[in-house]
Write a protein that binds this ligand. Structure first.
Ligand SMILES: [Zn+2]
Ligand SMILES: [Zn+2]
Length: 161
């Protein structure tokens, strides 16, 4: 879903439930819905504060709780020690970079249809399954490769002269 659609959905839902669409609520949701970072509350706070200097971290926490209650966002579990939030409500999976902490959403029918092992089902009623893949993202992989290729070039250049 695009940002504009998510914002529309947010407004519609709040209106339908008689909740006030305040500037602060709107900006917190926009920050989350417009980012793929799965940010935590402090990161959202730092970004929103640039546009609304009077907002407090406490307010951001309260707004996030309200948005979660209304089912517009949810906590993205197990990404890091701090609680991170996700405004993507389509069923999806996560790729987490162990170096920079970037979290990317991805979709996979094969993973949506993962068979739940019987002994897991015996632990309790399964509602959904989300796959978490950890690795080094391509941006980080590129960063570690670049210095090596540069130095190799320098060496070959030195041999030529
Ligand atoms: Zn990375
Ligand atoms: Zn996500």
């Amino acid at each position: 879903m695009k940002l504009a659609e998510r914002l529309e959905e947010f407004k519609k839902l709040f209106r339908a439930r008689g909740l006030k669409i305040t500037h602060q609520r709107m900006e917190v949701f926009r920050e989350l819905a417009g980012s793929e970072e799965h940010p935590d509350a402090e990161r959202i706070f730092r970004k929103v504060r640039k546009r609304i200097p009077a907002i407090s971290l406490d307010t951001v926490y309260r707004i996030l709780a309200t948005l979660e209650e209304q089912g517009l966002i949810r906590k993205a579990e197990g990404l890091s020690h701090s609680t991170r939030y996700d405004a993507n409500r389509d069923h999806h999976h996560h790729f987490v970079c162990t170096r920079c902490g970037t979290v990317r959403d991805f979709y996979s029918e094969a993973m949506d249809q993962l068979a739940i092992p019987k002994h897991v089902a015996s632990l309790g009623e399964v509602q959904s399954a989300q796959v978490l893949i950890r690795g080094i993202c391509s941006a980080c992989a590129l960063k570690t490769r670049t210095p090596k290729s540069v130095s190799r070039k320098e060496v070959s250049h030195g041999q030529e002269t």
